[in-house]
Design a protein around this ligand. Sequence first.
Ligand SMILES: [Zn+2]
Length: 185
Amino acid sequence: MKLEQTKFPYKIIPEHEKKYRFTTGELHKYRGHYYPLLVKPSADPSQDTAEVRQGHLVLHSSNPNNPVSNAAVLDEWYYNQAKALFAGMVAKAMLNAAPYVKGKMPRLRIKRMLDQWGACNPRTGLLILNLELIKVPDECTAFVAQHEVMHLKYPSHNNAFFAAMKSVMPDWVEREKILKTYYPV
Ligand SMILES: [Zn+2]
């Protein structure tokens, strides 16, 4: 995976240290791209949502001047996108891992975490992905999904874990580097 420097012309600040205002023109991340926000008033809360359109992240908000409301609308949209996208990535990671990882699909939970991208409990079969991954390139999210899926078979980061990881995703080191460098949590 090649790193496109031109995609990252902005100062890198850990996401949870950012103070967003959720106003038109402010840059927000989605799947590895920066989009200027375009806040538009919507008729009522049932029509509150977001969409990517013509290079903008359009936020339809019934309370457009309230940053807390706008944040909630964007967060719900992020969550819904993540639900659809991440489930597919975990399924693909399970397919990739088939030579090593037997058994049924893990249950997927998506939530915001401050200090880790993912977690997996091999005993309960619960795999957690950080909601913030919806902001990073898909290749990086797929790497985290693959890493956590491998924990179903190898609970710790031992040699067998890394050998299996390398065979199912040979460029995982590069993906991790991009994640750590450009998208710190
Ligand atoms: Zn791990």
